[in-house]
Design a protein around this ligand. Structure first.
Ligand SMILES: O=c1ccn([C@@H]2O[C@H](COP(=O)(O)OP(=O)(O)O[C@H]3O[C@H](CO)[C@@H](O)[C@H](O)[C@H]3O)[C@@H](O)[C@H]2O)c(=O)[nH]1
Ligand SMILES: [Mn+2]
Length: 756
């Protein structure tokens, strides 16, 4: 319990270890079977190339299993008590809230608008003074700007409405997707509700009908900055859409500021990480809140109390070191039933998320995270706090310039943050800071500074989030995980084959970029403060692309053996124990039970299992190749933004023809490997069966057994969406170019494995 000034205070949070004895036992059984498999392989006859490849792969799987056990071993959950904040109201910190958007087509402005409105309407004492919302628009779109301007107008009625009636979900599209039941005394409420709904519908219409060229021609002076701009080549545009200090509405609501950073084709803009760094600087010279919340444009606040809950984790420890940042697990709205694309990540966040939360702390997941500004500025736990300030308070201007760049205002704000001097008067007139904000949003501002390295979001990986979180952990901070009921934030997850695999490919690419760079976590463990078990947890994700390669090799073994009449799996031992079979059964039962425990269906388990095989052989494998090509300078990695669909939850499922859960394809190379594997396994089963039926038995000695057939059969089952895609039509069919290339690969494989 925290004690301050001798007075005992009620606790704000509790770290609860989760019990899991049965799971630990099950994990040991799997480990034992893996080791038994390895031992038999190492001691038995040498079965040639296939046997040796299998040995290497299985050793790798054992290593992975150990990594996996490490992450899951000591899970915790954090419980928060916002009601206890009442006695500490004066300690509540100011929060700058960031929203990023990059493309008005892939990310419809209405989606961003809803996210912004949900943030403007959160419950927080003095929200108008303590909170500010900044939107970064990498698309530099007048339509997005217009949508936000209209949203700011709408917020003047929306926020008071939410407060007056204690609205539960403050993203209007979500709130108005159902009609509440009005009681007999709810006269005023039902009137207000009907009015708000019609206002929202008007807002939607204005935004959806907005058209870029009309806005530029008739929109007036506000749009002048957008005339003749190119998306990748324009000066910084910063506009204040709502300045709360000039408002006369009740207690008001957070400032709203539109930021489109300067872009120049000769200057690398570092995608989202670059956008986050600009937001950090712009907010520093305007409101300079000590806490920064960041969300993607599709992640609305689903719980109006979320900032209060976060405060519990940020203020609730005796030492800040235990809570460098507070991350919310990503959850999605309107997810397809049974997770057909395996990207709702429920079990991942539950098992691995809570697991790593019990080590050095939850990873930073890029959205739904509350950061401390000083931590983002690269401060270490021992350079601050209880009498250890040393020289930090009196940092020289030169030192600050070297790190933060030349802006006097930015240096001054950073000095306040570093010295913990937060009592200085907040900047009252944010509009007087626009020119300074533009200066720090310029693309050359970072040249010769430490932005993107020790300061801000770290550059050099497509998964800037994980890398930035890793830097924070390496500095010695721990982090926490914020779980609330109702869930804190909800976002979109893509559907359809191309979008899902692109997203997995980006993540895997980013992970591999970290693994093979100087940011490798092993280095951080040796030379910095990254804890050993935390490092292993990071590694268990960073090796995804390597897994893609190893799992490809392993999945080629069964078809290879069927084609060449040999075996690679050990048969039953003297004691009658068929190790591969036992392993197959226990492992799958274990993962199956995980899904049941998380309240998911058997179908969801199967879909995820199958998607993992598909993702591994497509997205991860391609990420492996892309990064290898990048290191030899033959390729570049780019951040491909995922499509955010507008909500389809209008309830009248008039999509009889389209089946959103069915796998779709395009001509992207990401589909080639799995298509080839699906073809190869079918061919192998056919040839193997033909041989088994028509050849004499002595030919079959040492040849493939039932295990090899089962392996191939299981893979065909996993790749069933692709088998269907071979004959499917339209976007449900695999394009001819992909089939052709895959067929060529299969033919090559058959040619090289022809032996007898
Ligand atoms: O040049 C860019 C590219 C992207 N974004 C924004 O980055 C966010 C994430 O992009 P999205 O396409 O939605 O990717 P996801 O795969 O859904 O994002 C996950 O993975 C990313 C790392 O790959 C993290 O940055 C995200 O926070 C995390 O939610 C969105 O708000 C984009 O607008 C930019 O601001 N500028
Ligand atoms: Mn997203």
């Amino acid at each position: 319990m925290a004690v301050a000034g001798g007075k005992k205070m009620k606790k704000l949070q509790e770290r609860v270890p989760l019990r899991r004895t049965a799971w630990m036992l099950a994990e040991f059984v799997v480990l034992f079977l893996l080791l038994a498999l390895l031992a038999r392989r190492a001691t038995e006859r040498d079965g040639g190339a296939a046997w040796r490849v299998a040995l290497v792969c299985e050793a790798w799987f054992t290593f992975l299993w150990l990594l996996n056990m490490n992450v899951k071993w000591n899970p915790v959950r954090f419980v928060t008590y916002p009601e206890n904040l009442a006695e500490r109201a004066d300690e509540l910190l100011a929060v700058d809230m960031f929203v990023t958007t990059a493309d008005p087509v892939l990310e419809p402005p209405l989606v961003t608008v809803n996210t912004v409105l949900s943030l403007l309407a959160v419950d927080y004492p003095d929200a108008g003074e303590k909170l500010a919302c900044y939107v970064s628009d990498d698309g530099c779109s007048p339509v997005t700007f217009y949508a936000l301007r209209e949203a700011a107008r709408f917020a003047r009625v929306w926020v008071p409405f939410c407060r007056r009636h204690g609205v539960a979900v403050r993203a209007p599209f979500r709130y108005f997707s159902s009609t509440p039941e009005f009681g007999p005394t709810d006269h005023k409420f039902s009137e207000d509700w009907t009015f708000m709904k019609s206002e929202y519908e008007k807002l939607v219409r204005r935004i959806e009908e907005a058209d870029e060229s009309t806005l530029l021609r008739q929109g007036g002076g506000e749009f002048a900055d957008f005339i003749d701009v190119e998306r990748r080549n324009h000066p910084a545009i910063i506009k204040i859409l709502w300045d709360n200090s000039k408002s006369r509405i009740g207690e008001g609501f957070p400032h709203l500021i539109y930021v489109s950073r300067e872009k120049n084709p000769r200057h690398h803009h570092h995608y989202k990480a670059g956008a986050m760094n600009v937001l950090t600087r712009v907010s520093a010279v305007m409101t300079n809140a000590p806490i920064m919340l960041n969300v993607d444009c599709d992640m609305f606040a689903n719980n109006p109390q979320v900032v209060l809950h976060a405060m519990c984790l940020l203020l609730g420890f005796d030492d800040e070191i235990f809570s460098g940042f507070a991350q919310v697990p990503q959850k999605f709205y309107d997810g397809l039933k049974d997770d057909p694309f395996g990207n709702q990540l429920e079990v991942i966040f539950k098992k691995l998320g809570n697991g790593v939360a019990g080590l050095q702390g939850m990873f930073y997941a890029g959205t739904g995270c509350f950061h401390r500004r000083k931590v983002i500025y690269g401060m270490t736990p021992d350079s601050i706090g209880t009498g250890r300030e040393g020289t930090t308070g009196s940092r020289s201007s030169k030192e600050l310039q070297f790190k933060f760049g030349s802006s006097e205002e930015l240096k001054e704000s950073a000095r306040n943050i570093i010295s913990g001097n937060l009592t200085t008067e907040p900047i009252v007139d944010i509009s007087s800071r626009i020119e300074v904000a533009k200066e720090v949003a310029a693309c050359y501002y970072e040249n010769g500074t430490r932005w993107g390295q020790e300061v801000g979001w770290v550059y050099g990986s497509m998964t800037e989030d994980t890398l930035t979180g890793q830097r924070i952990h390496s500095a010695g901070w721990r982090s926490t995980m914020l779980e609330t009921e109702p869930l804190p934030f909800l976002g979109c997850t893509p559907t359809g084959g191309p979008a899902c695999l692109t997203q997995f490919k980006r993540w895997a690419t980013g992970f591999f970029e970290i693994l093979i760079s100087q940011n490798n976590p092993i280095i951080a463990t040796i030379f910095k403060h990254l804890q050993f078990r935390q490092c292993l947890s990071y590694l268990s994700f960073y090796v995804w692309p390597v897994r893609g390669f190893v799992e490809l090799c392993y999945s080629l073994l069964a078809p290879y053996c069927l084609l060449t009449n040999q075996s690679f799996l050990t048969k039953a031992s003297e004691h009658g124990l068929n190790i591969p079979l036992a392993l197959f059964l226990t492992y799958n039962t274990y993962t199956f039970m995980e899904y049941l425990e998380c309240g998911l269906s058997a179908r969801a388990w199967w879909n995820n299992h199958r998607m993992q095989r598909i993702t591994s052989a497509s997205a991860w494998l391609l990420a492996f190749l892309t990064v290898l090509l990048k290191t030899i300078g033959l390729s570049e990695t780019v951040f491909e933004v995922t499509l955010k669909e507008k909500s389809t939850s209008d309830g009248n499922g008039n999509n009889d023809e389209v089946d959103p859960g069915r796998f779709t394809f395009d001509a992207s190379p990401v589909f080639i490997p799995v298509t080839a594997l699906a073809m190869l396994n079918i061919v192998a089963i056919t040839i193997g069966a033909w041989r088994a039926v028509f050849r004499r038995t002595e030919d079959l000695r040492g040849g493939p057994g039932i295990s090899e057939f089962m392996s191939c059969g299981w893979l065909v089952l996993c790749f069933l969406p692709f088998v269907r895609g071979l004959i499917g039509k339209g976007s449900y069919g695999i394009p001819w170019s992909v089939k052709l290339k895959a067929g060529l690969l299969v033919a090559m494989f058959l040619f090289f494995s022809k032996r007898d």
